[in-house]
Design a protein around this ligand. Structure first.
Ligand code: HEC
Ligand code: HEC
Length: 391
């Protein structure tokens, strides 16, 4: 899987100037020049095009449904924990995350304190959004085309794609395999950077702009979230200011928070219950065993409508996630068991690297705090998905 998402760096650099323009266009539609707007709409067409999969059953939108905060809401026999591929048989081993606000993820890099940050997929193995888009069409568990040339053949079937590619990326593009593939990935990424993916119009955003008044419960939850009483903020804040307008609720670092194996999925997808997903260590750019079991902090934007949770979709409800965090701080009657199974929490998939220092910080959540925190997390729902909260 990983080898297919290796970056094509030299071509990427060429793309940056075009990208700069896309960003501007996304921020201010009036500033968009016609050609740039067309790259976004070309990317949109690719995103929804099922002919980019082997049996023509599956597009990016199949697993990243715009009506469901860009997640895979199909049950797939796993409670939507993992995705079904284009072959109608293959199940993946990881949960399709929301890709709303994903464009705010920094490129994969190491900072001065030798911490890994950013990148795409739960293990950051695609450095950028453009690199990421190169993966799914030829991933055997996903869109399952044989190779890059098979993808290109599908693109060339469509005269309107050929015309648009010539116009937007240069006349020689359709005839040059590398250039063409890169243009496809750049277009998809440009679409993923466009406003529908990051509208910043949730109740929380409206509250920050003075357009919405939080209920008492939501406000208590907000204060708790940003306080040191509980410890969400050390991983789920990009900016420490509670007034920051483009907060994505992830610092894009990697941590092992002790998520158990999803045994039900492992029995179904053929991976086997003894397998260990090593998270960040599965990223080909990482070889330090100390990184095993760490996963990228997931955004909390749209979290109330993007169940199930964690890299393997093991928890169905947000309330369970909160009880899971609580059990690191205190073990009592209320959180000794996973409420979804009625049994004790499974042990961490990789036990050696669980970040107990951070997970054991803060106060236990009592019931009223838990309810308040849930109410706050619901305010992070984009306006277009608010109707899903009622269900
Ligand atoms: C069969 C389901 C499926 C299809 C089809 C699919 N994806 Fe995904 N997507 C996933 C899964 C599962 C992950 C997480 C995989 C992992 O971490 O290893 C993911 C991860 C991502 C991410 C990373 C998000 C982040 O924050 O790290 C992006 C972006 C993305 N997909 C975009 C796309 C695009 C663009 C396409 C079409 C070219 C696509 N996906 C097709 C299932 C799918
Ligand atoms: C030590 C860092 C850390 C702390 C502290 C932390 N989280 Fe997380 N959180 C993560 C990581 C890493 C993941 C992804 C784990 C995975 O994919 O297996 C995650 C995942 C989640 C998810 C699942 C999101 C999804 O879409 O699957 C939710 C919800 C969540 N955290 C909420 C919280 C809340 C609420 C708090 C405070 C009570 C908190 N987290 C504290 C690091 C942290």
């Amino acid at each position: 899987m990983a080898a297919m998402t290796k970056p094509v760096l030299h071509i990427l650099l060429l793309g940056f100037s075009i990208f700069g323009l896309c960003r501007l266009a996304a921020a201010d539609p009036l500033a968009a020049t016609a050609p740039v707007r067309d790259i976004v709409s070309l990317g949109e067409a690719f995103f929804f095009d099922t002919s980019l999969s082997r049996n023509r059953t599956q597009s990016c939108a199949t697993c990243h449904d715009p009506e469901r905060a860009f997640t895979d809401s199909r049950d797939n026999g796993t409670g939507a924990a993992v995705s079904l591929g284009d072959d109608g048989i293959s199940l993946g081993d990881r949960n399709a995350p929301t890709i709303s606000y994903a464009s705010f993820t920094p490129a994969f890099h190491i900072n001065d304190e030798a911490e890994y940050i950013g990148g795409f997929f739960h293990d950051g193995r695609a450095a950028t959004l453009v690199d990421q888009a190169a993966g799914p069409p030829t991933n055997p568990l996903e869109m399952a085309l044989a190779d890059k040339s098979a993808v290109i053949a599908r693109i060339l079937e469509n005269p309107s794609y050929v015309g648009a590619l010539e116009r937007l990326f240069g006349r020689s593009t359709p005839a040059d395999a590398d250039k063409l593939y890169e243009a496809v990935c750049q277009s998809i990424a440009a679409f993923e950077k466009s406003p529908p993916f990051a509208p910043f119009d949730s109740k929380y955003d409206r509250y920050l702009r003075g357009e919405y008044k939080m209920t008492k419960l939501q406000e208590l939850g907000r204060q708790l979230f940003f306080s040191d009483l509980i410890n969400c903020s050390s991983c789920h804040l990009l900016n420490s200011s509670p007034l920051y307008q483009q907060e994505t609720f992830s610092n894009y670092r990697y941590h092992n928070i002790g998520v158990p194996v999803n045994i039900a999925v492992r029995k179904k997808n053929g991976v086997g219950i003894d397998h260990r997903d090593q998270g960040l260590l599965e990223n080909p750019a990482v070889d330090d065993p100390g990184q095993s079991g760490k996963f990228k902090v997931i955004t909390l934007r749209n979290v109330a409508v993007s169940a199930p949770y964690m890299h393997n979709g093991i928890f169905r409800e947000l309330r369970t996630v909160l009880l899971f965090y609580s059990k690191f701080i205190v073990s009592n009657e209320a959180n000794r068991n996973n409420p979804e199974t009625g049994k004790p929490w499974g042990k961490a998939e990789i036990e050696e690297t669980v970040n107990l220092d951070l997970l054991q910080k803060g106060q236990p959540l009592d019931n009223s705090h838990l309810t308040a925190l849930l109410a706050f997390l619901e305010t992070l729902t984009d306006k277009r998905y608010e109707h899903l909260l009622e269900k």
